[in-house]
Write a protein that binds this ligand. Structure first.
Ligand SMILES: NC(=O)c1ccc[n+]([C@@H]2O[C@H](COP(=O)([O-])OP(=O)(O)OC[C@H]3O[C@@H](n4cnc5c(N)ncnc54)[C@H](OP(=O)(O)O)[C@@H]3O)[C@@H](O)[C@H]2O)c1
Length: 176
């Protein structure tokens, strides 16, 4: 009586088809997962570099290297030269511009002009503040108190004492 030969490798493999099918499933899942991870990895790295570059550029743009005062107070900024200066400083990189004047309408106009100027740039509008202060420069005590108050809260880098009567206005007044 001859002994039964041991099952071959293929016979062993196909002896339990369900085990073989499970092994294939596992292999497919592993291939799929590793492929997707590589794909994600190669997509993520350029995205991270792009985002980082964007942030650095925005920091450079919002903080130009040239020395622009960051906190500015301009009197008489509800019209004319003062208004133009407020727009210029916000454009050049000042983060906070206090504008003073007697006319609230004029002060609001300055704020709106500053905002529309900012909107034309790539700067983040919410990073900039144009703060109106309805003050009469002839009221010395109120001016002193207010300026000291502001300077304690946010040290002012530059004060422009611009408020006054333009020659044109003076001429109009004398003609009246
Ligand atoms: N334009 C020129 O050719 C010229 C030439 C030489 C000197 N300046 C001087 O430059 C400065 C600005 O001239 P501008 O042409 O821009 O004049 P503007 O158009 O008449 O503006 C004057 C500004 O000063 C403010 N102001 C006037 N009296 C004030 C007071 N008592 N308290 C608070 N704010 C006051 C006005 O605001 P409110 O009305 O809202 O208060 C306004 O925002 C003035 O001091 C002027 O004397 C101008």
């Amino acid at each position: 009586m001859s002994a039964t030969p041991p099952p071959s490798f293929v016979q062993k493999l196909f002896k339990y088809p369900s085990h073989l099918s499970n092994a294939f499933h596992t292999l497919l899942i592993l291939i799929y997962v590793s492929w997707v991870s590589w794909l994600l990895f190669f997509l993520t790295i350029p995205w991270v570099i792009f985002q980082f570059g964007k942030q650095i550029l925005s920091i450079i743009k919002d903080n130009p290297p040239e020395a622009c005062p960051k906190v500015v107070l301009i009197t008489g900024a509800s019209a004319g030269i003062g208004q133009a200066l407020a727009i210029k400083y916000i454009q050049e990189g000042a983060h906070t511009v206090y504008i003073t004047g007697r006319s609230t309408k004029g002060l609001e106009e300055t704020i709106s002009k500053c905002n529309s100027q900012l909107a034309k740039t790539t700067k983040t509008v919410s990073n900039y503040k144009v703060i109106p202060l309805q003050l009469d420069v002839t009221d010395e005590n109120t001016m002193r108190t207010k300026l000291q108050e502001i300077n304690t809260a946010t040290p002012i880098d530059l004060v422009i004492a611009n408020a006054g009567i333009s020659p044109e206005q003076q001429q109009n007044k004398s003609q009246e």
